[in-house]
Design a protein around this ligand. Structure first.
Ligand SMILES: [Zn+2]
Length: 168
């Protein structure tokens, strides 16, 4: 019986953060590290089934956390696209804003991070390692610059896309 996991996924519906938490990151599911493990990339520690910040126990195994593996694979779980001339003109401010939001999110959730920030032809793209940070980034930009936010969750997979457009 190989169909059971697929039909489970198709029944999922998403309304908010609590529901999103039921969507499992394949990077976390496929690979359960031994406990304790310390990430060679970022220093996060896997203990009691979760990744934390903190000192690594002396006997900790070495490995890579899901966020560092995603970053190495250049496979984002979230994309925030900030559209328009204003995004390009105010890039330094927007990047500062995004980094501040990331810092707060990451202190509580070590796997929620910005992977990359790229300037593209018509705006800025921010790639994240998780599906929660994009919404937070989009809302911070909207608070600072107003405009419109669109959120799209991929209900079958672990992926979210947020688009911000400046007001008319
Ligand atoms: Zn790591």
């Amino acid at each position: 019986m190989t169909q059971s996991s697929r039909s489970l996924h198709s029944d999922r519906r998403i309304f908010g953060r609590a529901q999103q938490d039921h969507i499992l990151d394949p990077y976390q599911v496929q690979h359960k590290p031994t406990e304790p493990t310390v990430c060679s990339g970022c220093g996060a520690v896997y203990h009691r089934g979760r990744w934390h910040w903190g000192p690594a126990p002396q006997d900790a195994a070495r490995g890579h956390c899901p966020a560092c593996r995603r970053t190495a694979d250049a496979l984002p779980a979230g994309i925030v696209k900030l559209h328009g001339e204003i995004a390009l003109a105010r890039k330094d401010q927007i990047v500062g804003l995004a980094r501040n939001e990331e810092k707060v999110e990451k202190s509580e959730h070590p796997l929620n991070r910005i992977m990359a920030i790229n300037t593209v032809e018509d705006g800025i793209e921010i790639f994240t390692t998780d599906i929660h940070l994009p919404r937070r980034l989009g809302e911070a930009v909207k608070r600072a610059f107003h405009g419109e936010l669109d959120l799209h969750f991929d209900q079958a997979g672990y992926f979210v896309r947020v688009d911000w457009h400046p007001a008319g």
